[in-house]
Design a binder for this molecule. Sequence first.
Ligand code: F6P
Length: 369
Amino acid sequence: MTIRIGVLTGGGDCAGLNSAIKWVTKTAMDPLLADRRSEDIEVLGIRDGWRGLVEVQPDDPQSVSQWIPPLSELVVRTWDRHGGTNLGTSRTNPFNPKDDRSALLLDNLKALDIHAVVAIGGEDTLTVAYNLHRTGFRVVGIPKTIDRDLSATDYCLGYDTAINVITQEVDRLRTTAGSHSRIFVVETMGRHAGWLALEGGEASGALVILIPEHDFDIQRVADLLMARRKAGVRYDIVVVSEGAKPRGGQEVYLSDKKDDFGHKVLGGIGRFLAKEVGRLTDLETRHVVLSHLQRGGVPTAMDRLMGRHFGIAAVDLLLSEDFGRMVALREGRIESVPLKAAIERLNVVNVAELYDTQRYNGRRSALLR
Ligand code: F6P
């Protein structure tokens, strides 16, 4: 007998997704691993995340081949080197109370004879996975998000590549900032978690790092920059997370429009801050928004490797019928956790342990508490 499993990527894309898809497919279909399986497995790709499963018309072969293409070892052979997601993604939420399409989702899974789904995603995609699991359907999750804000895992696909992009882009800015003796404010992504700004800022050696977990004082930022200029430093880099805000101020959004999960798109704090710093210091200050560059490009070795290990572990969960769980990295080991634990709270920066609130930068002691 043959069973069919579906694999999808949901939410914001990032590097490492294709590696996970490849290793789910390879491991599930590898003839050399046949003795571990009681049934043969067919792997189906699901296009554009959960959207594929609500848009597909199971009775129409053209629609099925458009939304649910079959995968094979040959199809995915080179995918681990590719950025983004070759299956496409969306922010579709079939359980959105304002437009509940969960019954259609379940009907389509049944009509397509899909036995189980591997959902690769962040908080939103995995919340849908958890809701689907609660209906009794077989589902397992793989964590991805450059924000690295899932609490039950020490790693989320895409994070390492994003940190590398931040470091490389700041390196590039340094030469022009130095030539012109300018301050550059660099805005990173991350939503309400400051990891990208904090660790991207630490890795690139920024003077000031501003994160959502600690509201900043604009005058203090200006003073830190002025002190360096007086000490003879020609230029400086400020890294600010898109979710950071000044004390007593508000988060800055690109627009008020909300997605299917109720999120508005953050963006604009870098521009605001550059203007304020320029006004308070008289130093020439520019801003750069790294935006989706952080989600682009080929995956680093770390993201390829973690995609591989997570993909293999997801198939282990399927074979052991351990559904409703997410694969995770915990203290250096690949493990699994209940999906519920993965989504119940966000992993944000512990300011007391990891952030210097005086110098607005990373901690200056690693062992002393
Ligand atoms: O959650 C990942 C993320 O890249 C956030 O850091 C960012 O706020 C958001 O997605 C942007 O989403 P979109 O690509 O839909 O604008």
